[in-house]
Design a protein around this ligand. Sequence first.
Ligand code: GDP
Length: 376
Amino acid sequence: MIVDKNHKHIENEGQYKGLTVNSGIEQPESFCEDSIKRFLKNKRKTAHQADHYVKGIREGNITVLSQAVTLIESSKKEHQQVAQEIILKCLPYSGKSIRIGITGVPGVGKSTFIESMGKHITSQGHKLAVLAIDPSSERSKGSILGDKTRMEELSSDPNAYIRPSPSAGSLGGVARKTRETIILCEAAGFDIIFIETVGVGQSETVVHSMVDFFLLLMLAGAGDELQGIKRGIMEMADAITINKADGDNIDRAEIARVQYMNALHLFPPTDSGWSPKVLTCSAVKKTGISQIWETIHEYLRLANENGYFQYKRNEQAKFWMYETINEQLKTSFYQNPEIRQLLPDFEQQVLKEETSSFVAAKQLLDAYYQSQKEKE
Ligand code: GDP
C-alpha cells in the first residue's frame, strides 16, 4: 500500500490502472495507543509483582509464600492475574515432592496423626507442607480442619508449613486452589506435601486425583458398617491405618487390621501393581508411625520402578487441565449478568412445567453464547 503525505492512495492514479485500493476506516489512534500502553503497563506491573513473590518463595520465605497463597485463594481479577503469573514462574521448580493424601472421619485422629508423622518426617531433614481440602467450611462457616487449635507442635516447627483449607467456592474451585498451592510449596522447597480431607464426602476423590499416595485412617470396633467410609474410598487407599492402637485398644486394633486386610483382598487388583497394606498406629503414643513412613517408601520404590508414578502424575496433569476448563466455563456461565437475571425465571418455568429442563438449558446456553459473541 502506497500512501502519500496527504493520505491519498496513489495506487489509484492512472499509471497503476487495474488496481483499486479503498481508503480504510479511520482508526481511533490515541485510544488504541492508550489501551495498548495500559495493557503493557499492567502486564509489566503484574510480572514485576510476580517476580517479587517468586524470589521470596524460592528463598523459602514463609511469609511471602503465605501471601502468594492468599492471592491464589482470592477471587479478585487482579489478584488472580498475579497469582497465575507466580504459578507459571514456579512451575519449573515444582513436581519434586512426594504428595500424600490423608483422610478419615472426624475424630479418627487426623490432626494428631499428622502432627506425629510430621515431626517424624521433619526430624529426618525433610520440609513438610500440610494443606487441607474441606468444602464443608463454606456451608458451616467454620472449618472442621481450620477452627480448632491443631498441630501445635508442628506449627512451630520451622520445617513445617500448615495452611488451612481455602474456605470459599465449590469443591472443584477449592481443589484447584489447593493444587496450585502445591506448586508454590514445592517451589519453596517443601519435599513432602500432606493433603488432608474429611472422609465423609466427595472431597477424597478430588484429593486422590492430586496425590501420589493415599492413606485412610480408621478406628477399631467402631461398627462394621465401615464407619461411614464408602467402599469406593477404601478402594482408593494405598494403605489403611487403624489409629488409636494403644492401651486396651491394642488387641481390637489388631483384630480390625486382619478384618480390613481380608476385606481388601476382595477388591480388584490395583493398576499400580501394589497390594494395599493395613497397619496399626497410635498417633498419641507415636507408635507405628515409622512403619507407615517405611510403607510409603516401599510403595514409591515400586511405583518408580514400574513407571506407575510418572504415569499417574501425567494422568493427573491431564485431568486437572480438563477440570480447570470445566470449572472456569461454569464460573463464566453462572457469573454472567444476563444468565443470573434469566435463571430464576427459567427455573420457575421448568417447575411449572411450562418448558422442559432441556429446552430451558438450551435457551440459557444460547443466551450465554450470544452474550459472549457481543462481548467480542
Ligand atoms: P480429627 O478430627 O480426625 O482431626 O481427630 P483429632 O486428631 O482431633 O483427634 C480426635 C480425638 O482423638 C482427640 O481427643 C485426640 O486426642 C484423640 N486421639 C487421636 N489420636 C489418638 C491415638 O492414637 N490414641 C488415642 N487414645 N487417642 C487419640
